[in-house]
Design a protein around this ligand. Structure first.
Ligand code: UGA
Length: 457
């Protein structure tokens, strides 16, 4: 199929690359000239495992352009995957989605049928508004255009985006007409039937089952996306709440998570207690859902509580440091990990940034290490503060502990699991290890000479 994807962020680029790999004829539009020139040179602007090597394979088949008019008229299916940033009150701003829809309607040919797919995460009812935008443009152009609008929310996880795209649990499509369902079924047919040759670096998981394509109405599809993210966010907040109680009563949350996770109704995933969620999705989407609820005159205390618990985790960890060190003023703290989660350089809403701000406000000296997110963190810390936060960014993780008063693990990068704790402990002023993601075995940390403090254990 001939497909145009508007927006080449995490979702747009991953989708473009995967659909091109599945032999669709893909073009991608982005207004960001820096991103576009990288892509035109075949370089991925995002850090995502596997994306560069897949891009190497398919980039010559994808047309990257800044102009909708170059590619949309000939396309059969157009996907909107632009950002929906939060407004001041948390509401998702759909301006870019509507703009993209308007541009599409302005250049599409009157005698052809198009399917316009909304992949961006959008408030409930956006599908209808996009259909109205399209109808308005057709009225201005005085044509009888033919565009079916569909909602096709994306569930990919950063760091695992390609797995999520090739081997999804489900594909959700919301539309009011069969043409859109048919077009999306044809688009995803190789994935629904798993008829493609798996990329060498991403073999099909042996236990993988064919994914269902769930069809529904557009409002429900839009709601599914918010409900899925909010449910996962509150599952994590729940285990973090239990973790706090474990600390007070002498239980180990990792054991508790194991024990409840074995119940198939609960499931073992997303029960890792720690510093909670960050990233570009849960913080933004839970806030946006609360705005949707407020506008519908409805209260959502569970969602609100999930947010409160989540952001308190960042304060609780600093409190633990304060308690053990008596004061943070003048103390040197080494931060292990800046990215909001491993395998990405994304630092949006990352717990590390909040923690660094708190430590800085109390007069601590901060050193920080991350395998790939240092330059993004540097940028973020200089953007947001008028008063510059002084962080010593360290490339060699072992230098982090030199004369430090405490180490604080924030992101559970694989390489941290394998750290030589004895070597780290050796040069420290005081051997304190706060493990914000329960990565280390308390026994091993203690044997290495650390005063070990985890989350909920
Ligand atoms: C999330 C969803 O998992 C995706 O399905 C969705 O498509 C995406 O948002 C989106 O809306 O675009 P993502 O934010 O990339 O994906 O990452 P997750 O793997 O879900 O992790 C989110 C946060 O939760 C991370 O900060 C992670 O450290 C934290 N987390 C995760 C925990 O604290 N404990 C856990 O057990 C699992």
């Amino acid at each position: 199929m001939k497909i145009t994807i508007i927006g080449t962020g995490y979702v747009g680029l991953t989708t473009a690359v995967v659909l091109a790999y599945l032999n669709h004829n893909v073009s991608a539009v982005d207004k960001d000239s820096n991103k576009l020139s990288l892509l035109q040179e075949g370089k991925s602007p995002i850090h995502e495992p596997g994306i560069q090597s897949l891009l190497d394979e398919v980039c010559r088949t994808i047309r990257f352009t800044p102009t909708v008019a170059d590619v949309v008229p000939e396309a059969e299916l157009i996907m909107i995957a632009v950002g929906t940033p939060p407004k001041m009150d948390g509401e998702a701003d759909t301006r870019h989605v509507e703009e993209a829809a308007r541009e599409v309607a302005q250049v599409c040919l009157p005698n052809r049928h198009y399917t316009l797919v909304i992949k961006s995460t959008v408030p409930i009812g956006t599908n209808r508004r996009v259909a109205e935008v399209v109808a308005d443009v057709f009225a201005e152009r005085n044509i009888q255009g033919n565009i079916s609008v569909a909602s096709n929310p994306e569930f990919l996880q950063e760091g695992l985006a390609l797995q999520g795209a090739f081997y999804p649990d489900r594909i959700v499509v919301g539309a009011n007409n069969n043409e859109a369902f048919d077009a999306l079924r044809r688009l995803y047919q190789p994935i629904l039937e798993q008829t493609f040759d798996a990329p060498t670096m991403l073999p099909r998981p042996p236990s993988y089952h064919l994914p269902p394509m769930m069809t529904t109405d557009p409002n429900s599809a839009e709601m599914i996306k918010y409900a899925a993210n909010t449910f996962l966010a509150l599952k994590i907040s729940f285990i973090n709440e239990i973790a706090g109680l474990c600390e007070n009563v002498g239980a180990d949350v990792t054991e508790v998570a194991r024990g409840i996770g074995l119940d198939s109704r609960i499931g073992k995933k997303f029960l890792r207690a720690g510093l909670g969620w960050g990233g570009s999705c849960y913080p933004k989407d839970t806030a946006a859902l609360l705005r949707v609820a407020a506008q519908a005159d409805y209260s959502m205390p569970i969602t609100e509580a999930a947010r409160t618990v989540n952001f308190e985790q960042r304060q609780r960890i600093v409190q633990k440091l304060r308690t053990v060190l008596k004061t943070l003023n003048g103390k040197t703290i080494g931060i292990l990990g800046l990215a909001f989660k491993p395998n990405t350089d994304d630092i949006r809403e990352a717990p590390a940034l909040d923690i660094i701000r708190q430590l800085d406000a109390e007069g601590a000296y901060i050193r920080a290490h991350d395998p790939i997110a240092i330059s993004n963190a540097q940028q973020a810390l200089s953007d947001i503060n008028a008063a510059y936060i002084n962080v010593d960014f360290i490339e060699d993780v072992h230098q982090l502990s030199h004369n430090a008063d405490a180490l604080l693990l924030v992101t559970e990068w694989d390489q941290y699991h394998r750290l030589d704790l004895r070597k780290l402990a050796k040069n420290m002023k005081t051997r304190i290890l706060i493990d914000g993601r329960n990565v280390f075995s308390p026994k091993e940390a203690i044997a290495a000479g650390f005063h070990y403090i985890g989350v909920g254990r």
